[in-house]
Design a protein around this ligand. Sequence first.
Ligand code: DON
Length: 315
Amino acid sequence: MDDHIAIEELKAEIPAVLVEIEQEISPLLSLGQVANYIPELSNVDSNNFGMAVRFIDGATFETGNSRTNFSIQSISKVFSLTLAFAILKENLWFRVGKEPSGNPFNSLIQLENEDGKPRNPFINAGAIVIADIISSHFEDPLNTTIDFIREIAINKELSINMGVLQSEKNYGHRNAALAHFMKSYNNIHSDVEDVLDLYFGHCSIEMNCFDLATAFLYLANHGIHPLTGKAYLNASQAKRLNSLLLTCGTYDAAGEFAYKVGMPGKSGVGGGIAAIIPGVLSVAVWSPGLDNYGNSLAGAKALELFTTKTGISIF
Ligand code: DON
């Protein structure tokens, strides 16, 4: 079938699919556990559910609380990785690996056996190395990172939730331990405090599903944001970043997520997940109740229903 006709038929189906998804995930909303290891994150109502789909031509479909801001947390690691990948290119992989960890996102155990080199850029240790790279490269690394996210989300209003930031800092002992441990292996070059300020800062940015779907469009379009024409990665880098999202974007649940959803995606403990289908669309969901791996329980189910009901995925 002509690709254009297929895409238009897909768009025509989506409003009804979103209605069905919202109904089907509703019994799951009470089953997840809102993150509380960063106390400020626990003040969110677990009944929230939002979803936004954006095609690379800008067509948009939304349901639920798709314009309610939430803490993007680890989803920000995709944006920081994009900045660092553009700076260091393939040399990035001397500092951080590309393999799934099979361990929780904040685990310390592999680092000692692996010379302080994190398995991948999406576990906390890996994202802290990425923050170090950005810290060493830019004069004002946090504002550079936020401005980059504002640019790809096409939203100048995005900002940090200062309450969440303070809470991350107050309870960030594990992240501090990871950073100091990696510094002992010389895999953190800047001051640990500065690196953690950047890491906690980008995790504390608030966005909504519409913003996230907009921000992920460059990954759905071979590195070029289709709504602005600006290139952030070349096609090969975009392919590689998407491959890492598929294998590592949802931590030790990445196999399960890939199996059920069939899209590269990134989760955060704020309850957001953003995913893409190359050449077609990006999709973001939000539901704060998490499963045991720290991924949104209803959000992951919503994405599974999305690819199942529409019949599109990367496979
Ligand atoms: O460092 C942390 O623990 C949080 N700022 C981010 C963790 C996160 O979102 C893991 N994702 N599921």
